[in-house]
Design a protein around this ligand. Structure first.
Ligand code: FE2
Ligand code: FE2
Length: 288
């Protein structure tokens, strides 16, 4: 079981809401209305760990180790939402999300293959780590800069924890796990954002509720994410390639083979799919 060790590790570096956030250093003149609005949207997006946890627990009923780890992940993500709300309550109370706005992002996700979801969230944590690092640079007010840096470090650790479960899955399921990880890896590392930002909160997860079946579509301002990335924190191609590099680096370690580009990972994915089909074990190959 990985849960006891991850519990220890994550507890030893956990920050304290009162003591570790320098609330006293707040400088009102350095926070614009535009910046404060984006904090509200991030607070609501972080709240979506709630429906994600409900999905994880439902889709991992036969995995008590991972389900126990969810208690840590859920706690830390809700705390991210809480610290952003605490900031707004103190310094821009009119922008603190209402309970109704938070509840809007709680809806049912359709059941999905557990291994693909795991990889999706691993990539999501890597991406969010980079988004928050950029947000910390973009913000000018010192307390919120500190908060985004703190959150970005948590997201990196979450990615590390998911990676441990991915390693374990390869030991348990072999090529089936490798196929799932490389498939989602190719999707999530497809360089340069295309039509939409590639993050779990921006993917459609329930056909019956389409088009309001992404977390982002249920925010008070559904267009916010693209705006935040493109014109506010300016998440440009240089940053995008850092995300892709991190994903490829970790895939190389995990799959014990070097991937220098998404194309190489895609080639590996196709080889593996062909092997699985030849063995009669895998899905039909899809052209890509
Ligand atoms: Fe978070
Ligand atoms: Fe996270």
């Amino acid at each position: 079981m990985l849960y006891p060790e991850l519990f220890k590790q994550l507890e030893s570096v956990r920050w304290d809401m009162d003591k570790d956030i320098p609330w006293g250093s707040f400088e009102a003149s350095k926070l614009s209305d535009e910046q404060a609005q984006t904090i509200k949207m991030n607070a609501i997006t972080e709240w979506s760990a709630l429906p994600a946890t409900e999905m994880f627990l439902r889709d991992n009923k036969d995995d008590s180790d991972f389900s126990a780890f969810m208690s840590i992940w859920f706690f830390e993500e809700q705390k991210h939402s809480l610290v952003l709300m605490e900031y707004l309550k103190r310094f821009r109370p009119e922008l603190a999300p209402t309970e109704k706005e938070l509840h809007e992002v709680r809806f049912e996700f359709e059941p999905a293959p557990a291994l693909e979801t795991l990889m999706l969230h691993f990539c999501g944590e890597i991406r969010l780590n980079h988004w928050y690092r950029r947000a910390a640079e973009w913000h000018t007010e010192p307390v919120i800069k500190h908060i985004y840096t703190t959150l970005s470090q948590d997201e990196a650790r979450h990615g590390g924890a998911y990676l441990r479960y991915m390693k374990r899955a390869i030991g348990k399921f072999g090529d089936e796990a490798k196929a799932a990880f490389s498939k989602v890896g190719v999707l999530m590392a497809s360089a340069r954002r295309t039509a939409q930002a590639l993050h779990p909160t921006n993917l459609h997860v329930n056909k019956a509720l389409f088009p309001r079946d992404t977390i982002q579509s249920r925010l008070p301002n559904p267009e916010w994410l693209e705006q935040w990335l493109d014109t506010q924190i300016n998440f440009d191609s240089g940053w995008e390639s850092k995300v892709v590099e991190r994903i490829l680096h970790n895939m190389s370690l995990l799959l014990d083979r070097s991937f220098k580009s998404v194309q190489e990972l895609n080639r590996y994915r196709k080889e593996l799919a062909a092997t699985l089909v030849a063995a009669g074990a895998g899905p039909q190959p899809r052209s890509a």
